[in-house]
Design a protein around this ligand. Structure first.
Ligand SMILES: [Mg+2]
Length: 379
């Protein structure tokens, strides 16, 4: 079995209303899918994190010639070879998103070739369903804080009504709105009061704070029984994570901005987080995410993958989640997203507070070709 062709497929849909987290306004959904076809006609799908620009050129002009003729079943070796090649070619810039998209597509192809789900290839499924937490609670264009708080609380109540008993919201309002960290805490308190004490509540600052503010906010979050505090400070400050994680009662979470086993080794070695969150589309694919999950297990830290992508990223994340030791949760993005919702022939949906994990060969996702054509931007 050999790789015959490698294609990058850019998808995009502008959103009617933009929304924000602590760092940026999001006005479109944009994905670079990777389609790898083998010489027997089988096809594997992957997905790169981030904008299509950059990912697309690297997949088609750099990775395709590198990959043609290689056996997709050598996926883990190819992952490492590709990282070495990219390191040598780009020095300080190793595009982890490109490695990720290619790696996911190869695992899909491998699973389809041998007729088993990727989770089986990774060593076996520990579960067929996984608890899901509803992620969302982004911010729209609002007149004042009261309007924002009302919108976010209504959204939270909707997720609980839909069966979820775990939610994650966004904090770090200062950059876009100029409101101080007290307002962030007020937002979490409003959600807690609306959904009650039985809902697991998590909060994500997208590295909005300096160390002092992060510590003050963390103390308030602990009083609100917040399950974890995600990305309180910039990802470069691993030592700040470690100091904070030691000092405060609420456990820290982080990982979406780190890639490959060597970065996570530093994080786990430092005791930087209580929960580690690699993303399959940016940490180095299924190969790296599985390695991080193994390293986390050895460090007695729960791995809770970060998930925020199309139906391909969701399917790949579910295959890894089937294999993670302990009690992992799926981060289940509930923000309106036409590409995520319609790209799969059978979209993944929640059944109460859980999501079933597909067991079809490969990633277990079938791409709707009409939908793909509808969102494709290069044809
Ligand atoms: Mg996050």
């Amino acid at each position: 079995m050999e790789v015959a062709s490698v294609e990058a497929i850019p998808l995009r849909r502008d959103l009617g209303e933009r929304f924000a987290n602590a760092q940026k306004w999001i006005d479109s959904r944009e994905y670079c899918l990777v389609r790898i076809e083998a010489d027997d006609g089988r096809v594997g799908w992957g997905e790169c994190w981030g904008p299509t620009a950059g990912n697309r050129e690297l997949v088609e002009e750099y990775v395709a010639p590198f990959l043609r003729g290689r056996d997709p079943r050598d996926v883990e070796r190819i992952h490492d070879d590709l990282v070495y090649e990219l390191r040598s070619s780009y020095h300080s810039y190793v595009p982890a998103s490109v490695v990720s998209g290619v790696d996911i597509a190869l695992w899909d192809l491998y699973g389809k070739a041998v007729g088993v789900p990727v989770s089986t290839l990774l060593g076996g499924r520990r579960r067929d369903r996984v608890r899901a937490y509803a992620t969302g609670h982004f911010w729209g264009e609002v007149e004042d804080f009261e309007e924002l708080r009302t919108d976010v609380v209504e959204e939270a109540e909707g997720h609980v009504a839909a069966g979820f008993d775990a939610l994650k919201n966004k904090i770090g309002l200062a950059r876009h709105f100029g409101w101080d960290a007290e307002k962030d805490v007020e937002l979490v308190r409003a959600i807690r009061e609306a959904v009650g004490d039985d809902v697991r509540l998590m909060t994500d600052a997208n590295h909005a704070y300096d160390l002092a503010d992060a510590r003050r906010v963390a103390e308030e979050l602990a009083a609100l029984d917040v399950y974890f505090f995600e990305e309180p400070v910039p990802p470069r400050n691993v030592e700040h994570y470690a100091a904070l994680n030691d000092a405060v009662e609420v456990p820290l979470a982080g990982g979406e901005c780190w890639a490959f086993q060597h970065e996570f080794d530093r994080v786990l070695d430092a005791g930087a987080v209580g929960y580690v969150q690699p993303d399959v589309t940016s940490a180095g694919g299924i190969t790296s995410t599985r390695r991080v999950a193994t390293m986390a297990d050895a460090a007695n830290v729960q791995c809770l993958p970060h998930v925020f992508g199309s139906a391909v990223a969701l399917a790949a994340s579910l295959q890894v989640l089937a294999t993670i030791p302990g009690g992992p949760m799926l981060e289940f993005d509930r923000t309106p997203n036409p590409i995520r919702e319609s790209l799969a022939v059978d979209p993944v949906t929640n059944d109460g507070n859980e999501v079933p994990i597909p067991d079809a060969p490969g990633l277990g996702v079938e791409i709707d070709r009409d939908v793909l054509a509808e969102f494709r931007v290069d044809v």
